[in-house]
Design a protein around this ligand. Structure first.
Ligand code: G5P
Ligand code: MG
Length: 219
């Protein structure tokens, strides 16, 4: 039976595992609202908000921003979407963040993308991003129709300041030390579902089939 109630999901995985890419497909197929902590932080940096200016050096160095800052930012933003089914991408990333989320919302499903580190490192240096929408491209995997421009708006694409090879290594370390314990946290709650592979196109049909059992597909 398809559930019509509000569905709350989190997508997890190391940097470059395809969270943004898969989120885009989930939004298109199932109509969930998507909230990405990284997109939100980058929007703050672009707009030169006080928070953005404070967090920029942390992000550029591949470190996590403080738990209280990100939890407040995300939970405030979530008030705008909490009447709909949603998908969180990039949050929670520490056990403390997961507990803050749990205090307000209970998560139905956590989709974990398990992609080998070697695959990831190659992807990130060839990533291009449309900052206002969060749409991601890759020179090898899903290049834009016109080099350097977003397919939908025609606006310029950028490369992220934290996608240099040295910073990617630091982000992977932060993932291992601070984010992997969150997988255990959700496993013990019985909501973790892991999808392993090296190619998004191979992983995606499994995620789609899994979610189809819980949600009505969009027309
Ligand atoms: P973010 O923005 O959350 P990360 O590091 O978790 O950043 P990232 O880099 O955004 O994750 P992703 O979303 O998992 O990766 O991956 P993606 O963008 O979809 O895919 C990566 C590339 O691979 C793209 O170019 C895509 O086209 C390509 N690709 C996808 N699939 C395939 C494939 O099958 N084959 C190939 N060849 N390519 C493919 O966080 C950034 C920073 O913000 C702060 C931290 O400082 C963090 O480092 N931050 C937080 N700090 C504390 N707490 C939080 N909750 C925080 N959230 C963010
Ligand atoms: Mg992302």
């Amino acid at each position: 039976m398809l559930l019509q109630r509000i569905f709350r999901a989190v997508i997890m995985g190391p940097p470059g595992s395809g969270k943004g890419t898969v989120s885009g497909r989930i939004v298109k197929s199932f109509g969930l609202m998507h909230l990405s902590s990284g997109d939100l932080l980058r929007a703050n940096i672009k707009a030169k908000t006080e928070l953005g200016l404070l967090m920029k050096s942390c992000i550029d160095q591949g470190q996590l921003v403080p738990d209280d800052v990100i939890s407040r930012l995300i939970l405030t933003e979530m008030r705008n979407i909490d009447q709909s089914s949603w998908l969180l991408d990039g949050f929670p990333r520490t056990v403390s963040q997961a507990e803050s989320l749990d205090n307000v919302y209970s998560v139905d499903t956590v989709i974990n993308l398990d992609v080998p580190y070697q695959t990831i490192k190659q992807r990130l240096t060839s990533r291009w991003l449309h900052l206002p929408s969060g749409r991601v491209y890759n020179i090898d995997f899903n290049p834009p129709k016109i080099a350097g421009l977003d397919d939908v708006t025609g606006e310029p694409l950028i490369q992220r300041d934290d996608d240099t090879p040295e910073t990617v290594i630091r982000r992977l370390k932060a993932y291992e030390n601070q984010t992997q314990p969150v997988l255990e946290y959700y496993r013990s709650k019985g909501v973790l579902k892991t999808f392993s592979g090296t190619e998004t196109n191979q992983i995606w049909p499994h995620i789609q089939a899994f979610l189809s059992k819980k949600l009505s597909p969009q027309n």
